[in-house]
Structure formats: C-alpha cells, structure tokens
Write a protein that binds this ligand. Sequence first.
Ligand code: CDP
Ligand code: MG
Length: 144
Amino acid sequence: MAGEDAERTFVMLKPSCVEKGFIGEVISRFERKGLRIIQLKVVKMSREKAEELYKVHYGKPFYEGLINVIAGKTVVAMILEGRKAIGVVRRLIGATDPAEAQPGTIRGDLAINLTDNLVHASDSPESYQREYRIFFEDEELQTY
Ligand code: CDP
Ligand code: MG
C-alpha cells in the first residue's frame, strides 16, 4: 500500500442505493475525494452474508428490519484505499440517521430513512478486516 497513513476500508452500497440509481453518484464522490477503488463487485446478498455483516447488531431492536432490507437484494461491495480512508469515508457518508446527517454528506444529501440509509462503511481497522472477507478473497486485492 503506497504512502503515509494509507489504509483500506470496506464499503457496501445498500439495495436502496442500487434501486434509486445512485451507484455512480456515490462512487463518484469517493473518487473525487481521491480514494482509489481497489476492488468492486455487484453481489446478490444471501441472508447468511447479511447476518454476518451485521452480527454486532444481533438482538438490537432494529436488527430484523435491517436484515430484511439487505437479504436477498442486490448490493455493491467495494474496497477503497487512501490516506486515513476509514475516517474519511465515514465523514463523507455522514451520520447514521440521514435526517440528522449534514448536507454535503452522502446520507445528508441522498437519503432520509434510518434503516435504509444508502451506504455501509467500516468503522475501524478491525471492522474492515472482518467485513471485507465476507465479500472478497485476498487474491482479488492484488489489483495495483
Ligand atoms: O451504518 P452505521 O455504522 O452508521 O450505523 P450502525 O450504528 O453501525 O448501524 C448499522 C445500521 O443499522 C445503520 O446503518 C442502519 O441501517 C441501521 N440502524 C437502524 O435501522 N436503526 C438504528 N437505530 C440504528 C441503526
Ligand atoms: Mg456501523
């Protein structure tokens, strides 16, 4: 990985992002910021994958609703790389609740529902390590 502070993060465009036709809009924001797309794929989410991605939320009141908006649907999974990429992407995405997210952020500009908030992104290096493996093999990451 090139450069000081370079790190990778995992991002998933949720089904609503795909259905609304915002794939290009959201990816364009990441590219304009200067993040590099290391890997990108369109995935039909199994219930197992959805439960694995969100297992830290198992048992919370919103868990079933969250699994139901993801499972069986089409998402876009990607790995992005850049300086401090994990924090940079979280800030570009904005607050979890789109109704509270700042204008200028992805959720602030393009979403309004809480569960269906357009994008998922890793919140720490540990989350990244766990999450990218749900979707990608290590051999797929040798793209640059
Ligand atoms: O996605 P983010 O990391 O910002 O939020 P989270 O706290 O890790 O929650 C994961 C996802 O659960 C959110 O993106 C929402 O889709 C959903 N959620 C919800 O439906 N209701 C809540 N009160 C909190 C989260
Ligand atoms: Mg989270």
